[in-house]
Design a binder for this molecule. Structure first.
Ligand code: AN0
Ligand code: CP
Length: 317
């Protein structure tokens, strides 16, 4: 694997999960693979899990790791070509990227949708410039339209917890006070569509995702109907995708918050969320603290998904 930007880069998913579970059992078995190799992790946005789990994964493989928060300590970066740089931005991304590429063997990038231009976001303008100009393998740590390390960890988690071959997985929109990207739901949908699970997406009208990500999923606007018989509930907020409301909050209906009543409609489903989660907006205290909540093992699997991806990139160097 050269670059990792979408779940499609994993190829055969059964093989990828098998490899991940082998890594999980013996995560220090490939220490030689990363010897004298450096991973550079570039963050344009905040992170807790991605930052820690990816560093840990790289260290498990014997790599050295450098982390840079672009907005804290680095020069402010201009991203548009042709701009007269007489403002507060001291450096252009077009120099910064190849320079970063000089100091590492692999680059991880976190760069969320900016909601300024749908076209730029959905063309992955920032991530693609890293691929084009760094000269190094690039992996996404959540870009504008996808968060594949998260959805790979989600798949591993479902495979570990499922009680039937083809579980019913329901991704439910839930309210949130700030406009959030579609990257997590897009990637989760992309991943679920690549399995043979029953997959349902539920959200208020107006929150339809890009049809390329919805794929074969059943879209059910009645949240109760969607949740009936679910084996896994995957809660997530996202802002509107469709024009003219791209990037906007169009409804904050708190009746969509996942509480014990919502969970009672399911088949004793497990509750999942990528975290960070706002309690009593997305999910109630009772549900997230219940034995059916698997948000912590889900987060723990981020180390495994990152290690599987880094291992494959290192093997291709
Ligand atoms: C981000 C998002 O929804 O994409 C990161 C999730 C992993 N969440 C927030 O910014 C709260
Ligand atoms: N789930 C996830 O990516 O979390 P962070 O934003 O904390 O990295």
């Amino acid at each position: 694997m050269r670059h990792f930007t979408s779940v499609n880069d994993l190829g055969d998913l059964k093989a990828a999960v098998k490899e991940a579970l082998e890594i999980k059992k013996n995560r220090y078995a490939w220490q030689e693979l990363g010897r004298n190799r450096t991973a550079l992790l570039i963050f344009f946005n905040n992170s807790l899990r991605t930052r820690l789990s990816t560093q840990k994964a790289a260290m498990n493989l014997g790599m050295n790791v450098i982390v840079l928060d672009v907005n804290q300590g680095a020069w402010k970066l201009e991203t548009e070509r042709g701009v007269v740089m007489d403002g507060d931005k001291s450096e252009h991304l077009l120099e910064a990227i190849p320079v970063m590429g000089c100091y590492c063997d692999v680059i991880g990038v976190r760069s969320f949708a900016r909601f300024e231009s749908k076209e730029d976001d959905y063309n992955e303008k920032i991530l693609n410039q890293f691929i084009q100009y760094s000269g190094k393998p690039v992996f996404s740590m959540e870009a504008a339209t996808r968060h594949p390390l998260q959805s790979f960890a989600d798949l591993i988690t479902i495979e570990e917890y499922k009680k039937k071959d083809r579980p019913k997985v329901v991704m439910s929109w839930a309210p949130h006070p700030k406009a959030l990207p579609q990257a997590v739901p897009n990637s989760f949908a992309e991943m679920m569509n690549a399995t043979d699970y029953e997959f349902v997406i539920t959200h208020p009208e107006g929150y339809e995702l890009d049809p390329r990500f919805v794929g074969r999923a059943k879209v059910e606007y009645d949240q109760r109907k969607a949740l009936e018989g679910a084996d896994f509930v995957y809660a997530k907020n996202w802002a509107a995708y469709r024009d003219p409301h791209y990037g906007q909050i169009i409804c904050q209906d708190r009746s969509w918050t996942i509480d014990t009543e919502h969970m009672s409609w399911t088949d004793n489903a497990y509750f999942m969320h990528c975290l960070p989660v706002r309690r009593n907006m997305i999910v109630t205290d009772d549900v997230i603290e219940s034995p059916q909540s698997i948000v912590i093992p889900e987060a723990a699997n981020r180390e495994i998904s990152a290690q599987t991806v880094l291992k494959r990139i290192l093997e291709s160097l």
